[in-house]
Design a protein around this ligand. Structure first.
Ligand code: ADP
Ligand code: MG
Length: 248
């Protein structure tokens, strides 16, 4: 897959990238800043269309999906970003944020009950305490949970989390990663966990791809890659991150 980004000049941000995500796995995409991780994530949710190559989901080529099909695809494949503050509207309550996707996609059940269920799922408990709060009234970790609840609202099959804990304190990071791990167990979804921080990778991922300058330089089971890296770049990343978190 090659990605030329739209603009005055074409940039090849990814080249020869070929990744597979299996059901119910947590896949890590690891690489330094600028290695192409976010670009790849945007290609996967079809915010960027690859200039060559394709995106295949459940056996179907979705690369050129538009309109209704694109909407359906995007409800199956949800994304969570690094900075939940930037992605939450300061003038609206927590429940408003979670209600939105449910409304837009014409959720058929009881929306208020669904919002409470989602708040509980991400451990914003009791929901009654959080429902009417505004983003600035809760902590950074709680905001990331709200964003996660919103992403889970439509029961996606895939969750792509782009540096979801990079802006959080270490203790909060572990909480959110634990939550991701539990969500995978409870909902049986697949998660792509994107990070530049190798320390957190060992904690939740089953398998990883290491990206360097827009190319995949190494892939494999996380434990194998971390204990026996074959690529020089991977080795340098591991040396820079000597303190892996324990697996949850
Ligand atoms: P990462 O998420 O790993 O930090 P990115 O995917 O954001 O990396 O960026 C990969 C490369 O593509 C970088 O060299 C970056 O400068 C470039 N890039 C990303 N987005 C754009 C854009 N909208 N326009 C031009 N270049 C971009
Ligand atoms: Mg990025």
């Amino acid at each position: 897959m090659k990605t030329g980004l739209m603009g005055t000049q074409d940039i090849t941000a990814l080249n020869n990238v070929n990744i597979t995500l299996y059901q119910k796995e947590i896949l890590g995409l690891v690489g330094a800043s600028g290695s192409g991780k976010s670009t790849l994530a945007r290609v996967l949710v079809l915010l960027y269309r690859p200039s060559t190559g394709k995106v295949v989901f459940e056996g179907r080529d979705v690369t050129n999906y538009r309109g209704m099909k694109l909407r359906e695809y995007r409800s199956d494949v949800q994304m969570v970003f690094q900075d939940p503050y930037a992605s939450l509207d300061p003038y609206h309550t927590i429940s408003w944020h979670i209600r939105r996707p449910l409304r837009i996609h014409h959720y058929r059940g009881n929306i208020d009950e669904r919002i409470d269920e989602l708040l509980e799922m991400v451990k914003l408990d009791p929901p009654s305490y959080f429902r009417d709060k505004f983003p600035h009234q809760i902590s950074g970790g709680q905001r990331q949970r709200v964003y996660l609840a919103r992403a889970l609202a439509l029961e996606p099959k895939v969750l792509i989390a782009d540096e979801p804990v990079s802006m959080l304190d270490v203790s909060l990071r572990i909480d959110i990663l634990e939550l991701l791990s539990r969500i995978r167990e409870d909902l049986g979804i697949s998660i792509i966990y994107i990070t530049h921080d190798l320390n957190t990778v060992s904690m939740i991922t089953d398998r990883i791809y290491v990206l360097h300058n827009g190319e995949i330089v190494e892939e494999g089971q996380t434990d194998d890659v971390l204990s026996n890296p074959r690529d020089d770049y991977t080795r340098s990343l591991i040396e820079a991150a000597p303190d892996p978190y324990k697996r949850i």
